[in-house]
Design a protein around this ligand. Structure first.
Ligand code: GLN
Length: 218
Protein backbone atom coordinates (compact mmCIF):
# COMPACT_ATOMS: atom_id res chain seq x y z
CA UNK A 1 0.00 0.00 0.00
CA UNK A 2 1.41 3.41 -0.89
CA UNK A 3 1.53 6.24 1.58
CA UNK A 4 0.34 9.64 0.38
CA UNK A 5 2.92 12.34 0.94
CA UNK A 6 2.51 16.05 0.45
CA UNK A 7 4.99 17.38 -2.11
CA UNK A 8 6.89 20.44 -0.87
CA UNK A 9 5.18 22.71 -3.37
CA UNK A 10 1.67 21.44 -2.66
CA UNK A 11 -1.02 24.12 -2.34
CA UNK A 12 -1.32 23.21 1.35
CA UNK A 13 2.20 24.51 2.09
CA UNK A 14 2.23 27.84 3.92
CA UNK A 15 2.32 30.86 1.62
CA UNK A 16 5.62 32.75 1.73
CA UNK A 17 5.11 36.50 1.46
CA UNK A 18 7.74 39.25 1.41
CA UNK A 19 7.19 42.49 3.29
CA UNK A 20 9.33 45.36 2.01
CA UNK A 21 11.16 46.35 5.21
CA UNK A 22 13.21 49.38 4.18
CA UNK A 23 11.11 52.04 5.95
CA UNK A 24 7.57 52.57 7.22
CA UNK A 25 5.18 50.31 9.08
CA UNK A 26 6.40 46.96 7.81
CA UNK A 27 6.42 45.39 11.30
CA UNK A 28 2.62 45.73 11.57
CA UNK A 29 2.18 43.98 8.21
CA UNK A 30 4.53 41.20 9.29
CA UNK A 31 2.56 40.68 12.52
CA UNK A 32 -0.76 40.66 10.69
CA UNK A 33 0.38 38.17 8.05
CA UNK A 34 1.93 35.89 10.67
CA UNK A 35 -1.34 35.99 12.63
CA UNK A 36 -3.12 34.43 9.63
CA UNK A 37 -0.55 31.68 9.12
CA UNK A 38 1.71 33.23 6.49
CA UNK A 39 5.45 32.71 6.50
CA UNK A 40 6.97 36.21 6.16
CA UNK A 41 10.32 37.25 4.72
CA UNK A 42 11.21 40.86 5.52
CA UNK A 43 12.80 42.18 2.35
CA UNK A 44 15.92 44.33 2.85
CA UNK A 45 18.11 43.11 0.02
CA UNK A 46 17.85 41.33 -3.35
CA UNK A 47 18.41 37.83 -1.93
CA UNK A 48 15.30 38.19 0.25
CA UNK A 49 13.20 38.15 -2.93
CA UNK A 50 14.25 34.66 -3.94
CA UNK A 51 11.68 32.51 -2.12
CA UNK A 52 8.71 34.83 -1.92
CA UNK A 53 5.37 34.29 -3.68
CA UNK A 54 3.99 37.79 -3.15
CA UNK A 55 5.08 41.16 -1.78
CA UNK A 56 3.55 43.71 0.58
CA UNK A 57 4.69 47.30 0.03
CA UNK A 58 3.83 49.13 3.26
CA UNK A 59 2.92 52.70 4.12
CA UNK A 60 5.67 55.11 5.03
CA UNK A 61 7.13 57.84 2.88
CA UNK A 62 7.14 57.01 -0.81
CA UNK A 63 9.98 59.44 -1.62
CA UNK A 64 12.24 57.82 1.01
CA UNK A 65 11.15 54.32 -0.01
CA UNK A 66 11.92 55.14 -3.63
CA UNK A 67 15.50 56.16 -2.69
CA UNK A 68 15.98 53.12 -0.47
CA UNK A 69 14.78 50.78 -3.23
CA UNK A 70 17.76 51.99 -5.26
CA UNK A 71 20.38 52.01 -2.49
CA UNK A 72 19.35 48.50 -1.35
CA UNK A 73 19.47 47.12 -4.94
CA UNK A 74 15.94 45.78 -4.45
CA UNK A 75 14.32 47.89 -7.18
CA UNK A 76 15.44 46.00 -10.30
CA UNK A 77 14.75 42.44 -9.13
CA UNK A 78 11.45 43.47 -7.56
CA UNK A 79 10.43 45.27 -10.76
CA UNK A 80 11.17 42.07 -12.71
CA UNK A 81 9.08 39.95 -10.33
CA UNK A 82 6.18 42.39 -10.53
CA UNK A 83 6.40 42.53 -14.32
CA UNK A 84 6.30 38.72 -14.25
CA UNK A 85 2.97 38.84 -12.40
CA UNK A 86 3.97 38.37 -8.77
CA UNK A 87 1.01 39.29 -6.51
CA UNK A 88 1.40 42.52 -4.54
CA UNK A 89 -0.45 44.42 -1.84
CA UNK A 90 0.40 48.11 -1.53
CA UNK A 91 -0.94 50.33 1.23
CA UNK A 92 -0.73 54.14 1.27
CA UNK A 93 2.89 54.89 0.25
CA UNK A 94 2.90 51.31 -1.11
CA UNK A 95 -0.04 52.22 -3.33
CA UNK A 96 1.97 55.17 -4.65
CA UNK A 97 4.98 52.93 -5.36
CA UNK A 98 2.90 50.36 -7.26
CA UNK A 99 0.96 52.90 -9.36
CA UNK A 100 1.69 53.62 -13.00
CA UNK A 101 1.63 57.40 -12.56
CA UNK A 102 2.50 59.52 -9.51
CA UNK A 103 1.33 63.12 -9.33
CA UNK A 104 2.85 65.52 -6.82
CA UNK A 105 5.88 63.29 -6.33
CA UNK A 106 9.50 64.31 -6.18
CA UNK A 107 11.04 64.56 -9.65
CA UNK A 108 13.40 61.65 -8.93
CA UNK A 109 10.70 59.46 -7.41
CA UNK A 110 9.97 56.31 -9.44
CA UNK A 111 7.12 53.82 -9.24
CA UNK A 112 6.72 50.24 -10.47
CA UNK A 113 3.70 50.73 -12.73
CA UNK A 114 2.20 47.45 -11.48
CA UNK A 115 -1.37 48.83 -11.43
CA UNK A 116 -2.86 51.21 -13.98
CA UNK A 117 -3.68 54.13 -11.68
CA UNK A 118 -2.67 57.76 -11.44
CA UNK A 119 -2.37 58.75 -7.79
CA UNK A 120 -1.70 62.12 -6.26
CA UNK A 121 0.34 62.25 -3.07
CA UNK A 122 -1.04 63.89 0.08
CA UNK A 123 -4.10 65.07 -1.78
CA UNK A 124 -6.96 64.62 0.65
CA UNK A 125 -6.19 68.14 1.80
CA UNK A 126 -4.85 69.73 4.93
CA UNK A 127 -8.10 69.69 6.92
CA UNK A 128 -8.41 65.94 6.38
CA UNK A 129 -4.72 65.01 6.52
CA UNK A 130 -5.72 62.02 8.58
CA UNK A 131 -9.21 60.59 8.96
CA UNK A 132 -11.06 57.36 9.51
CA UNK A 133 -13.98 55.87 7.57
CA UNK A 134 -16.04 52.68 7.50
CA UNK A 135 -15.94 51.10 4.07
CA UNK A 136 -17.78 48.37 2.26
CA UNK A 137 -15.13 46.50 0.30
CA UNK A 138 -16.22 44.30 -2.62
CA UNK A 139 -15.18 40.70 -1.92
CA UNK A 140 -14.88 41.10 1.86
CA UNK A 141 -17.75 39.46 3.72
CA UNK A 142 -18.96 40.70 7.10
CA UNK A 143 -19.10 44.18 8.61
CA UNK A 144 -17.58 47.25 6.97
CA UNK A 145 -13.84 47.78 7.17
CA UNK A 146 -12.65 50.48 9.54
CA UNK A 147 -10.07 52.38 7.50
CA UNK A 148 -7.38 54.70 8.90
CA UNK A 149 -6.11 57.24 6.36
CA UNK A 150 -2.83 59.07 7.07
CA UNK A 151 -1.68 61.62 4.50
CA UNK A 152 -3.22 59.29 1.98
CA UNK A 153 -2.90 59.41 -1.81
CA UNK A 154 -5.93 60.23 -3.96
CA UNK A 155 -6.66 58.19 -7.08
CA UNK A 156 -7.11 60.56 -10.01
CA UNK A 157 -7.34 58.07 -12.88
CA UNK A 158 -8.38 54.42 -12.96
CA UNK A 159 -7.27 52.31 -15.93
CA UNK A 160 -9.84 50.30 -17.90
CA UNK A 161 -8.86 46.93 -16.40
CA UNK A 162 -8.69 48.13 -12.80
CA UNK A 163 -11.56 47.21 -10.48
CA UNK A 164 -12.54 49.67 -7.75
CA UNK A 165 -13.33 47.61 -4.62
CA UNK A 166 -14.14 50.53 -2.28
CA UNK A 167 -14.52 54.31 -2.37
CA UNK A 168 -15.02 57.17 0.08
CA UNK A 169 -17.06 60.27 -0.50
CA UNK A 170 -15.11 63.43 0.00
CA UNK A 171 -16.22 66.93 -0.91
CA UNK A 172 -19.19 65.45 -2.78
CA UNK A 173 -16.94 63.24 -4.91
CA UNK A 174 -16.50 59.49 -4.74
CA UNK A 175 -12.80 58.63 -4.44
CA UNK A 176 -11.55 55.06 -5.06
CA UNK A 177 -9.55 53.83 -2.06
CA UNK A 178 -9.21 50.08 -2.69
CA UNK A 179 -8.38 48.94 -6.22
CA UNK A 180 -7.33 45.73 -7.85
CA UNK A 181 -5.85 44.80 -11.21
CA UNK A 182 -5.17 41.08 -11.57
CA UNK A 183 -2.94 40.02 -8.68
CA UNK A 184 -2.19 43.57 -7.52
CA UNK A 185 -4.32 45.06 -4.74
CA UNK A 186 -3.83 48.58 -3.36
CA UNK A 187 -5.42 50.51 -0.51
CA UNK A 188 -5.03 54.23 0.22
CA UNK A 189 -5.41 53.52 3.96
CA UNK A 190 -3.58 51.38 6.55
CA UNK A 191 -5.32 48.00 6.96
CA UNK A 192 -2.43 46.84 9.17
CA UNK A 193 -3.40 49.36 11.88
CA UNK A 194 -7.03 48.48 12.55
CA UNK A 195 -6.77 44.85 13.70
CA UNK A 196 -8.84 43.56 10.75
CA UNK A 197 -7.06 40.85 8.75
CA UNK A 198 -9.59 40.53 5.91
CA UNK A 199 -7.73 42.57 3.29
CA UNK A 200 -4.52 40.66 4.02
CA UNK A 201 -6.48 37.40 3.77
CA UNK A 202 -7.85 38.48 0.36
CA UNK A 203 -4.28 39.14 -0.75
CA UNK A 204 -3.13 35.72 0.52
CA UNK A 205 -5.96 34.11 -1.50
CA UNK A 206 -4.50 35.86 -4.55
CA UNK A 207 -1.04 34.52 -3.70
CA UNK A 208 -2.40 30.97 -3.43
CA UNK A 209 -4.35 31.33 -6.68
CA UNK A 210 -1.21 32.50 -8.44
CA UNK A 211 0.74 29.56 -6.96
CA UNK A 212 -1.91 27.15 -8.31
CA UNK A 213 -1.67 28.80 -11.74
CA UNK A 214 2.13 28.58 -11.76
CA UNK A 215 2.04 24.88 -10.85
CA UNK A 216 -0.53 24.20 -13.62
CA UNK A 217 1.74 26.01 -16.08
CA UNK A 218 4.49 23.60 -14.94
N1 GLN B 1 2.23 60.78 2.20
C1 GLN B 1 3.06 59.61 2.12
C2 GLN B 1 3.78 59.53 0.78
O1 GLN B 1 3.59 60.31 -0.07
C3 GLN B 1 2.24 58.35 2.33
C4 GLN B 1 1.68 58.33 3.72
C5 GLN B 1 1.53 56.97 4.30
O2 GLN B 1 2.03 55.97 3.80
N2 GLN B 1 0.90 56.95 5.44
O3 GLN B 1 4.59 58.69 0.62
Amino acid sequence: MSTATVPPDAPTARPVVGVLALQGDFAEHTAMLESIGVSVVEVRGPSDLERIEGIVVPGGESTTLSMLLDSSDVREPLARSLAGGMPALGTCAGMILLAREVLGGRPDQRSFGAIDLAVRRNAFGRQVDSFEADLDVVGLAGPSVHAVFIRAPVVERVGPTVEVLASVELGGELRPVVCREGAVIVAAFHPELAGDTRLHALFVETVLASRAELSRAG
